[in-house]
Design a protein around this ligand. Structure first.
Ligand code: ATP
Length: 320
């Protein structure tokens, strides 16, 4: 490997910059050249490629977002697009590529690997919804941001003796909702993986808790379930308790990454470069049972995971 390219793709996540910085500096330490590719596969196809040095990644470890920008690219889903991408890598001398993104981005990385470009994927998503890993870049920051927001809503909810339906991100996965629900002591946690849509049961529970003297009722609702406004209105109509919906939204994607996201993203970025230098390709870096590991991309994409049942059951017991 002579030249390592790096790009971020799909949804952004805090900590991506720390990963980029680690890729660049580990590559330079190994005597490799580094090229940054802007806007994911879109930028690759548009040849938005530039040389990076140690200084290009100065002052970014504490910044959210991604200095390389990110995008989705329909053209790259086609065979012609992928061929063009591989040819552009060759033209720019990029013989190793680090792709930071989610499952979709790894599909693209696999296609490039099949076309002879050595590629390594790093899991970057706030949603934690990548099966081969127990950690994804950005999740820790996102849950801490959401947790702090929910703490604030809880204060005012208690003062006004309200019910608050708080919607957190996670279209396909309830990890953010489950973690925040536990961390914020929510009375209800609604996640697509487990929710049976029994609104009457929630209403009954609110009435029961209020009769026991509870001053507020917090429902943490995952984006995948949505319709938080609707649920708040139903609760208010059925219980007489004032109910408000808050969608926390995009603040969960931004902000300065936590220590964990900075350190783990750095470890993963460094490992991606080490793998490339060892001649590996078509791998995804993950974190399992306390160690950083890597998997064949195809194998990683075929894995499935579900939320921890013990954790979910515990959350139900603690909210009683
Ligand atoms: P997140 O879900 O966190 O936003 P992601 O990486 O899964 O991240 P996607 O939009 O699914 O996000 O994928 C990002 C990009 O990867 C796509 O816009 C496309 O360019 C490329 N990609 C996705 N699927 C494929 C595929 N099957 N083959 C080739 N490229 C793909």
């Amino acid at each position: 490997i002579n030249t390592i390219g790096v790009l971020t793709s799909g949804g952004d996540a805090p900590g991506m910059n720390a990963a980029i910085r680690a890729v660049v500096r580990t590559a330079l330490a190994n005597g490799k050249k580094v090229k940054g590719i802007r806007r994911g596969y879109s930028g690759l196809l548009e040849e938005d490629i530039f040389d990076m040095d140690a200084y290009s990644v100065a002052d970014i470890i504490g910044r959210g977002g991604t200095i390389l920008y990110t995008a989705r690219c329909a053209e790259f889903r086609t065979e012609e697009g992928q061929k063009k991408g591989a040819e552009i890598c060759e033209k720019h001398g990029i013989d190793g590529l680090v792709v930071i993104g989610g499952d979709g981005s790894f599909q693209g990385a696999r296609k490039l690997a099949n076309l002879g470009i050595n590629t390594i994927g790093l899991p970057g998503t706030i949603d934690l919804d990548i099966a081969c890993t127990e950690y994804t870049i950005g999740f820790d920051t996102a849950v801490n941001t959401a947790m702090e927001a929910i703490d604030k809503i809880r204060d005012t909810s208690t003062s006004h003796e309200r019910c608050s339906v708080i919607e957190v991100m996670g279209r396909n996965a309830g990890y953010i909702a489950l973690w925040c629900g536990i961390a914020n002591g929510a009375e209800q946690i609604l996640i697509t993986e487990r929710y049976d849509f029994d609104e009457q049961a929630i209403i009954n529970n609110i009435i029961e808790k209020r009769n026991k003297g509870k001053k507020h009722y917090i429902i943490v609702n995952a984006e995948g379930i949505g319709r938080s406004e609707e649920l708040a209105k139903k609760v208010e109509a059925a219980t007489g308790m004032e109910a408000r919906a808050t969608i926390i939204g995009h603040i969960q994607r931004g902000g300065s990454p936590t220590c964990k996201d900075r350190v783990y993203a750095s470890m993963m970025g460094a490992r991606a470069v080490d793998l490339l230098c060892q001649g590996a390709s078509n791998r995804v870096v993950g974190y399992k049972e306390g160690s950083f590991v890597d998997f064949d991309i195809q194998e990683a994409l075929s894995m499935t995971k579900d939320i921890d049942q013990y954790m979910y059951d515990m959350s139900r017991k603690l909210s009683r």
